[in-house]
Design a protein around this ligand. Structure first.
Ligand code: LLP
Length: 384
């Protein structure tokens, strides 16, 4: 459970990100233990949080990295991840990004379309290289999550559709500078019902038989990420239950001799370790409701405004105060700049410190400078 050092926070200008490094360490060691039990390989999805201190810890635990841009590849290399642990996905890889990946001999390109495969082959040819490629396949499996973060359905832009696979394979025969490594999937994010992953496994099993019937052996089955966390009760469930998650894949995926299973976990690794700490600026009586106006806004944590996501709001200066009902909002000139409506919280007063919980994933990386606000700084439990 994260304990906030409110005395130390008093000195600091808000808003800022605060990371519980003990919780991160514990989470990482559990991910390591539970994945290794089954010989699974984990690539951390750097898009969830690319903060240097966080990345160092992840690197120390021996994970690879899943990147979706050249900038992320460069960041992973800069903080010392080895290139042979880097995979590169994304529907729109720019030429310079492909070249960067090839130049550094990254482990694998997760290819999302035939035109992309052709361009990778061309660049590899020009550079005298052979690119390892996995096909990102859109498996048309439902993830039962917010539609903005569902990725594996026919209507989504991601991956090669199952209809197009045969055509891509036929064309690949003539491409001399790509080498087939395996299959890649990612059906969505914040998935809490493990049955969705079971459905994915069953689809993967069918597909790998199909590949083998075409005389292509998928050495790697990369099942992506997507494991969800408990946003409502971060203190009761600070570490997602990784054992049953990995066990679904152990139980339902048919793994053949010589095959590796790869994961790309983002949110589940880092979300609960991060918090936005802000102060109450004003408590304002509205016509229908009381507003608690924070100095943190959607520029610091966009998830509520973008996905109607709920991040637990806590008054950490006055945790025992009598409960009052508030709409908790930020200072940005947008009505969607809200962290929750009709929340029953300990009485809020100007200057109280407020924590927005579970903000370690897709928080700091999605900060924007709208209204010309400054990027919030980050502080860490082990160096405050
Ligand atoms: N692999 C691929 C190919 C992905 O696209 C993603 C996330 C992941 C792995 C990691 O998924 P995770 O384990 O974190 O669920 N900004 C949104 C989430 C977008 C996820 C995009 N892809 C949010 O704040 O909810």
């Amino acid at each position: 459970m994260t304990v906030f050092p409110t005395d130390k926070f008093k000195e600091l200008r808000t808003p800022f990100y605060y990371y519980d490094m003990n919780l991160l360490n514990e989470t990482l060691s559990i991910v390591k233990k539970e994945s290794r039990k089954h010989d699974f390989h984990v690539h951390y999805a750097i898009k969830a949080n690319a903060n240097d201190r966080i990345l160092e810890k992840i690197r120390e635990n021996g994970f690879g990295v899943d990147c979706v841009s050249g900038y992320e590849i460069q960041k992973a290399l800069d903080v010392g991840f080895s290139a042979d642990g880097i995979v590169f996905a994304g529907v729109g890889k720019a030429d310079w990004e492909i070249e960067l990946g090839l130049k550094n001999d990254i482990y694998c390109f997760n290819v999302e379309s035939l035109p992309e495969l052709e361009i990778i082959n061309d660049h590899a040819h020009k550079m005298g290289k052979k690119a390892r490629v996995a096909f990102r396949i859109n498996p048309n499996v439902h993830a039962n999550t917010h539609h903005y973060i569902t990725t594996g359905l026919d209507e989504n832009k991601f991956g090669i559709s199952m209809m197009d696979l045969e055509n891509v394979l036929d064309k690949m025969v003539d491409m001399k500078n790509v080498q087939f490594e395996g299959m890649h999937f990612h059906i969505g994010s914040q998935i809490t019902d493990l049955d969705n992953f079971k459905d994915l496994c069953l689809r993967v099993n069918e597909l790998q038989e199909w590949f083998i019937s075409k005389h292509l052996f998928p050495k790697v089955i990369n099942v992506g990420g997507g494991f969800g966390i408990d946003y409502d009760n971060p203190d009761d469930n600070p570490i997602p239950d990784f054992a049953p998650y990995f066990k679904v894949f152990k139980d339902f995926l048919t793994v053949k001799p010589g095959q590796e299973v790869h994961f790309e976990l983002g949110r589940s690794v880092v979300a609960q370790s991060g918090n936005v700490i802000s102060r109450v600026l004003y408590v304002k009586e509205g016509v229908k409701t009381k507003f608690a106006i924070l100095d943190a806004g959607m520029t610091d944590l966009i998830r509520p405004a973008l996905y109607q996501a709920g991040h637990k709001v806590e008054n950490i200066s006055n945790p025992e105060g009598a409960k009052t009902r508030y709409d908790v909002v930020g200072p940005i000139c947008e009505s969607s700049d809200s962290f929750g409506k009709a929340l029953d919280l300990p009485e809020m007063q100007r200057g109280n410190l407020v924590a927005l919980r579970s903000a370690g994933a897709y928080g700091e990386v999605m900060v924007s400078r709208y209204n010309l606000r400054e990027n919030p700084p980050a502080y860490y439990s082990d160096s405050l």
